[in-house]
Design a protein around this ligand. Structure first.
Ligand code: ATR
Length: 290
C-alpha cells in the first residue's frame, strides 16, 4: 500500500474530483474545509484524467486506489452517466453524472447534484421566498442550463424561456426536458430578450459570459420588472456584470458560488458519513475564496 499514494490508513476514505483540464477546481478546498470542520479522517484529491477512456481511469481509482467516490467535471459528465450501474432521477433526467458513489455492495451509483445545488442556493437566498413562479428566462442551453432548467421545473415555474445563440441546441434541451414537468418550455434568440424580460419573474445566466477572462454578457435589463429575481451561475467574479446591473436597479440577486457549495453536500455525506450534513455558510465561502 505504501506505493499507492491514495490509500491512506486503513478505513480512511478517499474521494476526489476528476476532469480534464482541471487546474482550478475549488472542490478540494471545499471538501478539505468540511473534513477539518467535522474532524473526519479522510482525503479529497484532484486528478486530471486522460480524456480518451473515462471508464478505465475511473475503475482504476475506485478499485485499485480504493476511492469511495468522486466528483466528475468537464468533459466527463456524460461518460460518467454511461459508466454508472445505478442512476438517481436527476442523473437520468439530465443525462449527466457529477457525483459517483461506490456502494458497499460494489455497485457504482451516479448522481446529478447540480440541479439540487442550484435550487438550494436559491432557497437560501434573501428575496427568493417572495419570487413569483410565473416566467423564468434562462440564458444559455449547455450542460449547466439543463440542470438549471430541471430545478426551475421542480420549483413550479409556469413558463421557462430558453434564450440561446444556437437554436438547435436550445430546441434539443427543450425537447429532452419537456417530458419531466408541466412548465411550458419556449425557445428563442437574444432578439426576443427585451420582450421576454418584460413579464419575467426570474432571470439566470448559465453561459460562461461574464466570467473572468471571458467577454461580458451584454444585455440590458431595463425591461425587467423590479420584482424579478436575478442569478448567475458564474461565480468568478462573485459580482458579475449581470448581477451588478440587477442590484443597481433594485432586483434581488444571489451569486453563483452557493450552487457550487450546495452541489457538494450530497457527495460529502455519502463518502465521509459526517454526523450531520455539512453546512454551507460564510466561513465556507471565505475559505474557498481565499
Ligand atoms: P456548460 O456545460 O458550462 O453549460 P457549454 O455546454 O459549452 O457549457 O455551454 C455554453 C453555453 O454558453 C451555450 O449556451 C453557448 O451558446 P451556444 O449554444 O449558442 O454556443 C453559450 N455561449 C458561449 N459563448 C457565448 C457567446 N459569446 N455568446 C452567447 N452565448 C455564448
Amino acid at each position: 500500500p505504501a506505493t499507492i499514494p491514495s490509500l491512506g490508513p486503513v478505513g480512511e476514505p478517499v474521494a476526489g474530483v476528476v476532469g480534464h483540464p482541471i487546474g482550478q477546481s475549488l472542490s478540494p478546498v471545499l471538501h478539505g474545509t468540511w473534513l477539518k470542520r467535522y474532524g473526519i479522517k479522510g482525503r479529497y484529491e484532484i486528478r486530471d484524467l486522460p480524456p480518451d477512456n473515462f471508464a478505465l481511469a475511473a475503475t482504476k481509482l475506485l478499485d485499485s486506489e480504493g476511492w469511495v467516490g468522486m466528483n466528475v467535471t468537464v468533459p466527463f459528465k456524460e461518460a460518467a452517466h454511461a459508466y454508472c450501474d445505478i442512476l438517481d432521477s436527476a442523473a437520468k433526467r439530465l443525462g449527466a453524472v457529477n457525483t459517483i458513489v461506490k456502494r458497499k455492495d460494489g455497485g457504482i451509483e451516479g448522481r446529478n447534484t447540480d440541479l439540487y445545488g442550484f435550487r438550494a442556493n436559491l432557497e437560501a437566498a434573501d428575496g427568493w421566498a417572495d419570487t413569483g413562479r410565473g416566467v423564468a428566462v434562462v440564458l444559455g442551453a449547455g450542460g449547466a442550463a439543463r440542470a438549471v432548467i430541471g430545478a426551475l421545473q421542480d420549483l413550479g415555474f409556469a413558463e421557462i424561456r430558453i434564450v440561446n445563440r444556437n437554436q438547435d441546441r436550445a430546441k434539443s434541451v427543450a425537447s429532452d426536458l419537456q417530458q419531466f414537468a408541466a412548465s411550458k418550455l419556449s425557445v428563442g434568440t437574444y432578439k426576443k430578450l427585451p420582450k421576454w424580460l418584460a413579464d419575467a419573474d426570474f432571470l439566470v445566466n448559465t453561459t460562461s459570459l461574464g466570467m473572468t477572462g471571458q467577454p461580458e454578457l451584454d444585455i440590458d435589463l431595463s425591461p425587467l420588472p423590479k420584482r424579478a429575481f436575478v442569478t448567475d451561475i458564474v461565480y468568478k467574479p462573485l459580482e458579475t456584470g449581470l448581477l451588478a446591473q440587477a442590484r443597481a436597479r433594485g432586483n434581488a440577486t444571489v451569486d453563483g458560488l452557493g450552487m457550487l457549495l450546495h452541489q457538494a453536500v450530497p457527495g460529502f455525506v455519502a463518502w465521509f458519513n459526517p454526523p450531520e450534513p455539512p453546512v454551507v455558510d460564510d466561513a465556507l465561502r471565505r475559505a474557498v475564496l481565499e
